[in-house]
Design a protein around this ligand. Structure first.
Ligand code: C2E
Ligand code: MG
Ligand code: MG
Ligand code: MG
Length: 281
């Protein structure tokens, strides 16, 4: 059926849209108690340095398991957390949790850099800098052990603001990466302006790199360009040995993907790192 919502503006209501709406509002409702109920946890995916042949960092990725919905992907619920204004609370929990875990690893003599994903709404919140500073002061950990991943699309939306926030984060000691580079509109102009240290090439660029000549040209050129801009480059979503070989040939700095390791519970990381070190990739 068709509902009229204003002049010359018809919206089609299909069962699929209805279902999506119902799911979205259900997610929104269940998210409200997720933090208090302890339904979130973090998993960690290794970042492997090609030349040093070792894992020097991990990326923290959130997981949500709910009694009614089961596991829900962050790709689905993070945008809802953002739009419903809960991202600051959830974001703070993530930062505390990462710091807590980092201190455990430090005690176990594992020195590793931990990357935290920061969503757009979180980064652009007027109090974000105060919040992040407060968390790291309370936890008594130094920012230079941490990396913040911000998606390219966010960074080019409000460039002036983002440049300012990035500069402040960098003076505080954080490393900043541009996440999902090449997934959307990639602006070379902004790339030259943004004070980031690392560029994460999106999985969609990596997917065809082992066999498609055009992808090869794009990826190798992006790597060269990033290096000339003084950035390190990490390839996301590397699943195949052939992709790794191409990226190695292009002098890519780091790779991340199922080929090296899936995201792991903190307790499983040590074991997996030992396996990777002994060559069973
Ligand atoms: P992202 O930051 O670009 O993270 C990479 C995603 O690709 C992760 O999905 C990871 O599990 C997945 N991945 C890694 N290697 C491979 C591979 O070889 N093959 C395939 N098919 N996938 C791979 P995940 O954990 O579902 O997260 C999806 C997105 O949700 C993230 O993209 C990020 O934008 C967001 N997200 C995840 N955790 C957080 C968080 O703690 N905070 C915020 N703000 N956003 C988060
Ligand atoms: Mg990321
Ligand atoms: Mg990414
Ligand atoms: Mg992504």
């Amino acid at each position: 059926d068709v509902k009229e919502s204003g002049k010359n503006n018809y919206q089609w209501y299909t069962p699929a849209i209805e279902t999506a709406r119902t799911r979205r509002s259900l997610i929104e409702r269940l998210l409200k108690s997720a933090l208090d109920q302890g339904e979130f946890r973090l998993v960690y995916q290794p970042k492997w340095e090609l030349r040093r042949n070792e894992v020097t960092g991990v990326e923290a990725l959130i997981r949500w398991n709910n009694a009614i919905l089961g596991d829900v992907s962050p790709a689905e619920f993070i945008p809802i957390v953002e739009s419903s204004g809960m991202i600051h609370e959830v974001g703070e929990w993530i930062m505390h949790e990462v710091c807590r875990q980092f201190k455990i690893w430090q005690k176990e003599n594992l020195s590793i850099r931990v990357a935290i994903n920061i969503s757009g709404a979180q980064l652009l919140h007027p109090q974000f800098l105060d919040h992040i500073q407060k968390v790291f002061e309370e936890e008594k950990v130094e920012p230079f052990h941490f990396e913040l991943e911000v998606t390219e699309s966010v960074a080019i939306e409000k460039v002036e603001r983002v440049i300012d926030v990035f500069c402040r984060l960098r003076s505080a000691g954080f490393l900043i990466s541009l996440d999902d580079f090449g997934a959307g509109y990639s602006s070379m102009k902004y790339l030259s302006q943004l004070p980031v240290q690392c560029m994460k090439l999106d999985k969609t660029l990596i997917d065809h790199v082992s066999y498609d000549e055009r992808s090869q040209v794009i990826v190798s050129t992006l790597i060269q360009m990033s290096h000339q801009l003084g950035l390190t480059v990490i390839a996301e979503g590397v699943e195949l040995q052939e992709q790794l070989q191409q990226l190695q040939a292009y002098n890519c700095d780091q790779i991340q993907g199922y080929l090296i390791s899936r995201p792991l519970a903190a307790d499983d990381l040590m074991t997996r790192l030992a396996e990777i070190r002994s060559g069973s990739k």
